[in-house]
Design a protein around this ligand. Structure first.
Ligand SMILES: [Zn+2]
Length: 276
């Protein structure tokens, strides 16, 4: 009988959260992660527009858009199979490892628009117009799956802030949506801490966004507000100070490090774990 693997990772993706709004919003869950580890801004790679398709594909695969070839929100023609997402790498390389993905942006987990970005698919909540309802369903499903199951690596996505900013710009409602997303992150983390085996597990927690937002409900330009994303992380190998030169591709590299997976030279991953 082999020992149950102790190393676990969860990555939360919150869509379209400006760094300045994150700092202004009430976010106790992310504040705790930042206090135990770090929170730092990252510049979205200039090879693609700062939009969701390339952004989340870069976070998932650990390579920039000129390698995964996702430049828009229709992913058709991508090379994700050559640069698989970190959940697929975990399932492929860790014997018996289970993974979990959930999110209401269909391209992440569902066969649509050339997706999914996470090749193993995942939980997509049912039809609803209201992103608050959709994200609530994702949080509930994630609490159940991660509170009880034996998942080694997970990605959980919340989309409400981006949809609010598209509708009305970076208003107080947008800031409130960031707080709502933080509450959902806090609920999922509380479910993980209540796991029967939690005391024997070593969890790494990463929270990140795909891009910022302009003043006008758009985020396809080159302003700092649009091009600035951020990463917050805590875990056994996460330093207390943000590594210099942090990039979105580092998320994938660090997930592998946290799971004890050594990248192969032929993957040519440009990202570096946060431990540097
Ligand atoms: Zn987005």
């Amino acid at each position: 009988m082999t020992e149950r693997p102790r190393d676990r990772v969860i990555v939360f993706g919150v869509d379209g959260v400006r760094y300045d709004t994150l700092l202004a919003a009430r976010t106790p869950a992310i504040d705790t992660i930042a206090a135990e580890g770090f929170l730092a801004p990252v510049r979205v790679d200039d090879v693609a527009q700062p939009i969701s398709g390339p952004g989340w594909t870069t976070v998932a695969t650990g390579v920039p858009a000129d390698r995964h070839l996702v430049y828009g929100n229709d992913l058709t023609g991508h090379r994700i199979h050559e640069h698989p997402d970190f959940l697929t790498r975990a399932r492929t390389l860790l014997p018996g490892a289970r993974t979990y993905a959930a999110g209401a942006w269909p391209q992440l987990v569902h066969e649509t628009h050339g997706g999914p970005i996470f090749l193993g698919g995942g939980f997509l909540p049912g039809q609803a117009e209201d992103w608050n309802v959709l994200d609530g369903a994702v949080a509930e499903h994630a609490c159940e799956a991660l509170g009880g199951g034996d998942v080694a690596a997970a990605f959980v996505y919340f989309g409400l802030p981006d949809t609010i900013a598209h509708a009305e710009g970076p208003t107080p409602n947008y800031t409130a949506a960031v707080t709502t997303s933080d509450e959902r992150i806090g609920r999922v983390l509380a479910a993980i801490r209540a796991r029967p085996g939690f005391a024997d597990e070593r969890w790494t927690v990463i929270v990140t966004t795909d891009h910022g937002h302009g003043e006008d409900g758009r985020h396809d330009g080159d302003s700092d507000a649009e091009r600035t994303a951020w990463i917050a992380a805590t875990g056994p190998h996460v330093p207390r100070r943000a590594p210099s030169g942090l990039r979105q591709v580092d998320v994938h590299a660090h997930v592998l490090r946290a799971l004890g997976i050594t990248p192969r030279p032929e993957w040519a991953l440009p990202g570096r774990p946060f431990t540097r």
